[in-house]
Ligand binder design. Structure first.
Ligand SMILES: *Cc1c(COP(=O)(O)O)cnc(C)c1O
Length: 395
């Protein structure tokens, strides 16, 4: 028996199941001191054994760092991919994918309900550098196929479930549509996490994450990830990471690894709490509509049940009292903290129209004014329900 469990590529590693990967992959017991938690390597530079003789391949911190390598192995194993890359933010990870996979003159086809910051990156940064984008309804497969018929449309970008409308997109169907037309399918798996949804196994070419959210899981570290199988594209992403340098620092990589170890148990609780809240408030007098794929009333419920292991921790509420009611409730909860972001252990409340999605106001990606987005935490769900009830009671 060995406890040097760091290599997912071994026969033993390949058999390992999700929660075991989460705890052990990339986390070999330290050979010098036997430390069960590998040390965090802060050094920016590495002494070779003489000129040109690197020890284990490390020379400089932008190019590589053992703490980052451990996280990248863990990310790749959990998404079931051959290559994992960790970045300083989710948007930095997305930018690296676009620059690795696309060239000026090409066009990106994307969902019209993508995260506002993603749209801003594509429209205002990549757009300026000659990469156009076409947002559309991803449920309209004929329209997606027709757009991808054009030679310049080389990448299809999917976010599912979407933020904050909780639409679910059929990854396997869109992978077929994209591949028949020579396009690449990228899936932003931030909301679902690899525990609930495995896009590569469903046919996607690339998975991206904001690890700031569920993967980090404690609202204390910003980061991003890219996982993929294709060796050539992986080399291009690696070159972006090295040559541009939007890497995660050692402490960020360590915190993300620590968060990832508990992803499976956290997600089970996030899912259970979100389901209970969605069921409790569906039909409530102050609520016009609850958007949660775990509800039988959700238009994509069957698809979500097929494609995901659980329905996730994000719930959106549309208030019967419109914008004034949404604003009032957003400021009246005790445990649901009014804040941007999502995926932490604590419950958060967001008013997307003016917070996370302010950058898409007035565009076709705009979010309804009566919508509140809940990131349901892992607290006792009875307290969370009471909290929302008292806030709605104040209307
Ligand atoms: C937050 C988020 C991003 C951006 O990630 P950052 O870590 O904030 O750069 C991308 N996609 C989704 C779905 C997100 O929620």
């Amino acid at each position: 028996m060995t406890n040097n469990h760091d290599d997912a590529a071994t026969a033993e590693g390949a058999r390992r199941r999700f929660a075991t990967h989460a705890v052990h992959t990339g986390q070999a017991v330290d050979e010098v001191y036997g430390a069960v938690v590998p040390p965090v390597h802060f050094s920016t530079t590495y002494a070779p054994d003489g000129i040109g003789n690197l020890r284990n391949g490390y020379d400089y911190g932008r190019a590589g760092n053992p703490t980052r390598t451990a996280l990248q192995q863990q990310l790749a194993a959990l998404e079931g991919g051959a290559h994992g890359f960790s970045f300083g933010s989710g948007l930095a990870a997305e930018d690296a994918v676009i620059r690795a996979a696309m060239r000026p003159g090409q066009r990106l086809v994307m969902g019209n309900d993508a995260y506002g910051g993603t749209y801003r990156l594509f429209a205002r940064i990549h757009g300026e550098w000659g990469i156009a984008n076409t947002p559309l309804d991803l449920a309209d497969h004929d329209r997606v196929a027709a757009e991808l018929e054009h030679d310049d449309a080389t990448v299809l970008w999917v976010e599912t479930p979407s933020n904050p409308l909780m639409n679910v997109t059929d990854i396997a169907a869109l992978a077929r549509i994209a591949h028949e037309r020579g396009a690449l399918l990228v899936v932003d798996n931030t909301f679902a996490t690899p525990y609930l949804q495995q896009p590569l196994a469903l046919g996607a070419d690339v998975v991206v994450h904001s690890t700031t959210k569920y993967i980090g899981g404690h609202s204390d570290v910003v980061g991003g990830a890219v996982v993929l199988n294709d060796d050539d594209l992986a080399e291009k992403v690696a070159f972006q990471q090295f040559a541009v340098g939007a890497v995660s620092g050692p402490l960020d990589a360590y915190l993300t690894t620590r968060g990832l170890k508990t992803l499976a148990v956290r997600m089970d609780r996030h899912c259970a709490n979100a389901q209970a809240i969605a069921e409790h408030f569906e039909g409530h007098a102050a609520i016009e509509r609850v958007l949660y794929p775990g509800l039988a009333s959700h238009p994509d419920h069957q698809l979500a049940a097929r494609q995901m292991r659980g329905f996730g921790g994000m719930v959106s509420l549309q208030l019967a009292g419109g914008e004034p009611a949404a604003r009032k409730v957003a400021e009246a909860t005790r445990y649901f903290i009014l804040a941007e972001s999502l995926g932490g252990v604590e419950s958060l409340m967001n008013y997307p129209h003016e917070m996370t999605h302010a950058s898409v106001r007035g565009t076709e990606l705009a979010v309804p004014e009566n919508l509140l987005r809940l990131s349901v935490g892992i607290e006792d769900v009875a307290d969370l329900i009471e909290d929302l009830e008292q806030a709605l009671g104040g209307l």
